[in-house]
Design a protein around this ligand. Structure first.
Ligand code: A5P
Length: 227
């Protein structure tokens, strides 16, 4: 099965959690796209009604609007369910997200979800976070070098993300530093330390947040639950 077909299959399972009247968090990325298209289709067919969605990026806003999904800005009541892709998922459903650059808005929305559902293909499964991918960290441009130096002191190699030869800029107008850890690390301790670093806006470790992950492989979609 193609990579795209696997993403779509995982998304199709996740959107079954969306019911009429719900407030829905819409993730960002090539897998989340299929959830957005699927929800739009459910609305169009009348399978669900009266939902409103909080988008986690400008691209997601665009896709949702195109699909006729009413949007709202996340408020004090959070969302009932959020669905999003992942860059790495550990066995306990802790994840690294943000290779697509939307981690800050994703964290704002998905940390306020009653139910946070992950979707992805089996290549995203790892035995520990940081095995394959860096930890993305969105930081303020002001004081960039001092923030990067502080991140390095936490034991990683912080690399400024670039796109087309220029520094990548998030939807929020900020640079992203990808922190490569060569050795296994204590995710909770490092997450706390990154968050406490002046100049850091958010990091891409989503710990203790997701309850369910739908992972698609050639044998079908499996559901993983947070232990
Ligand atoms: C966006 O910033 C990311 O968190 C994505 O959700 C994550 O990178 C997964 O993206 P894909 O579904 O495109 O692999």
């Amino acid at each position: 099965m193609s990579a795209e077909a696997l993403k779509e299959k995982a998304a199709q399972e996740a959107i079954k959690h969306v019911e009429s009247g719900m407030r829905v968090g819409l993730g960002t990325g090539s897998t989340a796209k299929y959830a957005i298209l699927g929800i739009a289709e459910m609305l169009k067919n009348g399978d669900i009604r009266d939902i409103k969605a909080a988008a986690t990026s400008k691209e997601t806003e665009r896709l949702a609007t195109e699909g006729g999904i009413p949007l709202f800005e996340i408020d004090g009541d959070g969302v009932d369910v959020a669905i999003d892709g992942m860059d790495e998922v550990a066995p306990n459903l802790d994840v690294i997200k943000g290779l697509g650059g939307a981690l800050l808005r994703e964290k704002i929305v998905e940390s306020r979800a009653k139910l946070f559902v992950l979707i992805g293909d089996a290549s995203k499964r790892v035995s520990r976070l940081g095995e394959k991918t860096p930890v993305p960290v969105e930081i303020l441009q002001f004081g960039f070098d001092s923030t990067r130096k502080d991140l390095e002191r936490l034991g990683c190699r912080p690399v400024l993300r670039e796109r087309d030869g220029k520094p990548f800029v998030s939807d929020n107008g900020n640079p992203i530093v990808d922190c490569y850890f060569d050795e296994p690390f204590d995710t909770h301790a490092v997450a706390l330390a990154i968050s406490a670093t002046p100049g850091v806006l958010e990091h891409g470790m989503f710990l203790d947040m997701a309850k369910i992950a739908y992972v698609a492989g050639d044998d079908g979609v499996i559901r993983l639950d947070r232990p």
